[in-house]
Design a binder for this molecule. Structure first.
Ligand code: GLC
Length: 551
């Protein structure tokens, strides 16, 4: 039975702590900095914060390599800072969900230190160790961060599996002691009062016992949605999640609608929601994400319509354009040229956030922040970007110039440049030297300027999110594609109790004539538009128009 749990109404604001707000001038964002900005988040209309990892980490992958799940990364502050942040957020009606990265740990985690120490150690089996094959690794799997997915360990003469960096060894979820340790740690955080988890690459946790070679070294067919993943999540739900009133969302690369219904089906007893990545993968090319393809709207429409219809009554959608692994939404899906940036950013928000599902918006999206095109590879910090450059340029697949073009379009660092608070040096992010460069456009695009401008992207987001809160049709209305075959306009309707909402979005810089809408003589009320001046019966460049016809 589908119920109306609080997380279905949530607007989640994702914070990448390193890049959000520095409070002590060391150039790295921190918990005190977030505390200072809680009112900003509340005023925006978000009621949940997803905090990217804040745990102790050697920072091989900016905190997604955890060396102690129960300690705060010293750069970010102390456990007291965290407790204070949680208290202050709760006072403002904001819940906090943490990032649970338990497919792997850091190689500096004590479990791995023990595991590596000797073959007989009780922790040995916490990770995935195998003998080599013919003088090389146990199978042909490639790491998602480049190179083999196996690292040789000389003292024991064996290899361990790492889907990501060698400094991120994969945990062995088949070992009940691993599950027990993870469940205890989760319970410890929930007892502290956190409101749930975003679960990092959770669809990868179960590997097949036999570890077969993959096509072209691809481990995905075996490790994505592996043999016991649902059993492990059901166990997690029974042992931990079901005991608390929380939100859970699993990051599930490669997930289909059918699989999503297993992870997050209303009566499955696993997770509340999953992140799917079909819409963000529409620009992939021969080198995977490293491409400069533009989004083709018919692909995007097909994907969104499929997910809206596919999960209907069975599971709940996550609505997101970007996150810390994606380029900036407006740069990827909209148009970052000066004359269209703000308009297309507002259009994108209208298009997605009036669909059915829970909103996840990434810091700075509400300002229409753009990609940063740094000139030199040396300005990029991200391990994935640097390794891809090494492999693709070093391997002679693409030239330096091509690769820089791809990096400017899709590098994860596009999302990780500091939050643009104001026009003061370093965009008000830090008084020191930021750990990664600030986007030079911060003097024009920043929160302070947008707060005082009724026509800004920020002001538009506030109105849109308020509209969502106040109109049940956005949460509960039936979804129907409108004009599905149009290749420049994305349109749909939502209907509830005889009311119909029409959402029409022009994804181009051209003027688009509109279809007649048959309202059966009822009044067509414009409830949203990203142009201030009333429009003709056509959509202007990047226009989003929302009509309501009441019963
Ligand atoms: C997830 C995270 C990403 C990280 C990877 C490995 O995809 O979102 O940032 O690099 O997992 O933990």
């Amino acid at each position: 039975m589908e119920e109306h749990e609080w997380w279905k109404d949530a607007v989640v604001y994702q914070i990448y702590p390193r890049s959000f707000q520095d409070s002590n001038g060391d150039g790295v964002g921190d918990l005190q900095g977030i505390l200072r900005r809680l009112d900003y988040i509340a005023e925006l209309g978000a009621n949940v914060i997803w905090l990217c990892p804040i745990y102790a980490s050697p920072n091989e992958d900016n905190g997604y390599d955890i060396s102690d799940y129960q300690k705060i990364q010293p750069d970010f502050g102390t456990m007291e800072d965290f407790e204070c942040l949680l208290r202050e957020a709760h006072k403002r009606g904001i819940r906090i969900i943490l990032d649970l990265a338990v497919n792997h740990t850091s190689d500096e985690h004590r479990w791995f230190a023990h595991s590596r120490a000797d073959r007989g150690n009780p922790c040995r089996d916490y990770y995935i160790w195998r003998e080599g094959r013919g003088g090389g690794p146990p199978n042909n799997w490639n790491s998602w961060f480049g190179g083999s997915a196996w690292q040789y360990d000389a003292p024991s003469g064996m290899y361990y599996l790492h889907i990501f960096s060698p400094k991120q060894p994969d945990l062995n979820w088949d070992n009940p002691a691993v599950r027990e340790s993870v469940f205890q740690m989760m319970t410890w955080w929930l007892d502290k009062g956190v409101d749930g988890f975003r679960m990092d690459v959770i669809s990868l946790i179960s590997k097949p016992e036999t570890l077969p070679d993959g096509p072209g070294g691809d481990l995905s067919p075996f490790c994505i949605n592996g043999p016991h993943v649902h059993a492990y999540l059901q166990e997690m739900n029974e042992r931990v999640l079901s005991r608390f009133d929380i939100m859970t969302v699993g990051e599930c690369p490669g997930v289909t609608v059918e699989e999503a219904k297993k992870y997050a089906g209303f009566s499955r007893g696993e997770l509340n929601m999953v992140f799917q990545f079909e819409h963000t993968s529409t620009t992939d090319g021969p080198y995977g994400k490293w491409s400069d393809r533009r989004v083709w709207l018919p692909d995007l429409k097909k994907i969104f319509f499929h997910w809206q219809n596919g999960l209907k009554g069975a599971a709940w959608n996550c609505l997101f354009w970007g996150n810390h692994d994606q380029p900036r939404a407006v740069s990827k899906f909209g148009d970052e040229r000066e004359e269209y940036r703000a308009r297309s950013a507002k259009m994108l928000a209208t298009c997605l956030y009036l669909m059915q599902g829970t909103v996840f918006l990434y810091q700075g999206e509400e300002l229409g922040m753009t990609n940063a095109a740094f000139d030199s590879l040396g300005d990029y910090r991200d391990i994935e970007t640097r390794n891809a450059y090494r492999d693709l340029v070093g391997g002679g697949c693409v030239t330096h110039d091509e690769m820089m073009r791809y990096i400017h379009r899709v590098s994860r660092d596009n999302a990780r440049t500091p939050m643009q608070w104001d026009a003061s040096p370093n965009a008000g992010f830090t008084t020191g030297t930021p750990w990664i460069g600030v986007n030079p456009n911060y003097k024009e695009i920043n929160a302070q300027q947008e707060q005082s401008d009724d026509r800004s992207v920020l002001s538009y987001y506030k109105r849109l999110l308020r509209f969502r809160r106040e109109n049940a049709i956005v949460r509960d209305g039936d979804f129907m594609p409108f004009w599905p075959e149009h290749d420049k306009i994305l349109g749909y309707t939502r209907s509830l109790n005889g009311d119909t909402l029409y959402v029409l979005c022009n994804f181009t810089d051209e003027r688009m004539p509109l279809l007649e809408i048959d309202t059966h003589g009822r009044y067509l009320e414009t409830v949203f538009c990203n142009y201030e001046e009333p429009g003709p019966w056509a959509l202007r460049p990047f226009e989003a128009r929302v009509y309501l016809v009441r019963a």
